[in-house]
Design a protein around this ligand. Structure first.
Ligand code: F6P
Length: 523
């Protein structure tokens, strides 16, 4: 059964939120904190080793209540049940959306067209485990009998961003294999990677759900030709494997049937890192760590599915984001991880969110007259403090920001971590509370700059009242990373439900693809 069709702006809750917005839009965060000594604990929610602090958002208790009323009016609870149980909620592609099944540890059956998909998920996990083990422990030999040292993941979009981001994020846990990612059809990308490879010791993992994506097939063909300069066609079986749902095309490419890992049409590309698309992750950090990533996601799934909305982290995150997007009129959202390992997270979340919710037609096929998906962007702290944070602090735009930090560091350079986290706290505080003219005045006086007072004062004032959420996690582990990614997946899902759009298709990327052949055929 499809998702319900409710125009959110026509709900009672939306009308109430509109008038509530005019009541509180001018209230400064300082005011909110002054009036409630327990604001941090009132607006912080914990789940396992995660604490999410929403207190520095321009909300009060009533805002949350009304946003939850909105979620109830659009039948979010029922939508979540459909999402997890394999209903055809990707209506425009006539598919279920079951990336959550890939990490479901329960013995419960999950049916797609009346067939339980759990056994094939399990069989694929076993295939990933067995294959990774052979490659990591040097039992998988190349055409001259040498073990594999380099792995190249060839894919784009969801077949690249997820595995690429996780491999980088879990570098601390990696083994001796060198992982490379080729995505762009720009020959410069692949040329630079080829320089680092030797055909005898390289494994190529071609990841493409459709196996028709131009960039991926072009890169895979170039690498096959490069490989065949040193080896013969029969050696391909020792060096090329594929992850795809298009077996016919994979076999035609020359890959042996036993080197194919399945993909299913009920897993969307941008949600696929939990499937065999994550093979490169398992090769890089070992299957146990890959499984721990899946388990973390599964735990977040359970939290999302079973927790009442008032305490439900993905639901609250999503509703607050809607509050800024649709009431404050914010166009963008910043993702700011304070971990260099999460450098690729903002880029990954751009696809998760923007390819899903960048839609302007509702579930009735009607043009929408309200805002949907926000522009997602960001970078790691503290680098970004010296790049774009000026605009967040003193610019004219209101940009809600999500700060992600870890209590414990992975390195033993604890002094670095202390400074990193001091910056983390300082930024959210500066954004929220700013610095008044009186404070600047005192500062200048204290620094014997009284003469400069009249000229410098306006430039040194920080208005504050800039919203942020902090996600504080105990430590970056495969398990906590799995939870974090699942949190964002569910946030995107909830937004799509409320905005009454289809989040799981991506027709917007097709026209550009179609026009490519026209341009290719031009003389
Ligand atoms: O960019 C569109 C898209 O279809 C993405 O959704 C997908 O992740 C990517 O292309 C790659 O597709 P495939 O895995 O079929 O090569």
């Amino acid at each position: 059964m499809a998702l319900k069709n409710t125009n959110p702006t026509k709900t009672r809750a939306w009308q109430k939120l509109t008038s509530h917005f005019s009541d509180i839009k001018e209230i400064h965060l300082k005011e909110f904190f002054k009036n409630n000594a327990n604001r941090i604990s009132d607006f912080s929610f914990s789940f396992d080793n995660f604490t999410v602090d929403y207190s520095k958002n321009r909300i009060n208790q009533e805002t949350l209540e009304l946003l939850i009323e909105l979620a109830n009016e659009v039948d979010l609870k029922e939508a979540i049940e459909k999402y997890f149980s394999g209903d055809i909620i990707n209506t425009t592609e006539n598919r279920a959306v079951l990336h959550t099944a890939l990490r479901d540890n329960s013995s419960k059956e999950i049916l797609v067209e009346k067939v339980n998909v759990k056994p094939e998920i399990k069989a694929t996990l076993n295939q990933i485990a067995e294959f990774s083990e052979k490659v990591i422990y040097g039992k998988w030999k190349g055409f001259t009998g040498k073990s594999i040292t380099n792995v190249v993941n060839i894919g784009i979009g969801g077949s690249d961003l997820g595995p690429n981001m996780i491999v980088e994020a879990l570098q601390f846990y990696k083994n001796h294999l060198n992982l490379h990612f080729v995505s762009n059809v720009d020959g410069d990308h692949i040329s630079e990677i080829i320089k680092k490879l030797h055909p005898e010791t390289t494994l190529f993992v071609i990841v493409s759900k459709t196996f028709t994506t131009q960039e991926t097939i072009t890169n895979a063909t170039t690498l096959k030709e490069w490989f065949l300069k040193s080896a013969t066609k029969k050696d391909i079986a020792k060096h090329f494997v594929a992850v795809s749902s298009n077996i016919k095309e994979v076999v035609e490419f020359g890959i042996s049937n036993k080197n194919i890992f399945p993909m299913w049409n009920w897993v969307g590309g941008r949600f696929s890192l939990w499937s065999a698309v994550g093979l490169s992750i398992s090769l890089s950090v070992g299957f146990q760590n890959f499984k721990a990533l899946l388990d973390g996601a599964s735990e977040m799934d359970a939290h999302f599915k079973n927790t009442e909305f008032e305490q439900n982290i993905p639901v609250i995150s999503s509703l607050i984001s809607i509050w800024y997007n649709n009431f404050f009129g914010c166009e963008t959202e910043a993702i700011l991880p304070y971990s260099h390992y999460l450098k690729k997270l903002p880029e990954y979340l751009q696809q998760t969110s923007m390819e899903s919710n960048g839609k302007s037609v509702d579930r009735n096929g009607k043009k929408i007259d309200y805002q949907t998906g926000a522009i997602i962007w960001g970078d790691v702290g503290t680098n970004m403090q010296h790049a774009f944070m000026q605009l967040l602090h003193q610019g004219t735009k209101l940009i809600p920001a999500e700060f992600i930090g870890f209590k414990e560091s992975l390195s033993d350079l604890t002094a670095h971590h202390k400074k990193l986290m001091a910056n983390f706290c300082a930024q959210t505080e500066a954004l929220a509370f700013g610095k008044t003219a009186e404070e600047v005045h005192l500062d200048l006086k204290f620094n014997n700059q009284s003469k400069e007072l009249s000229t410098l004062l306006p430039f040194k004032v920080f208005g504050g009242n800039k919203p942020s959420t902090t996600i504080l996690i105990k430590k970056l582990t495969p398990n906590s990373l799995g939870k974090l990614i699942a949190l964002y997946e569910h946030k995107v899902f909830v937004q799509g439900v409320v905005w009454n759009i289809f989040s799981f298709d991506q027709f917007g990327v097709e026209l550009g693809k179609e026009l490519v052949s026209k341009h290719l055929n031009k003389k």
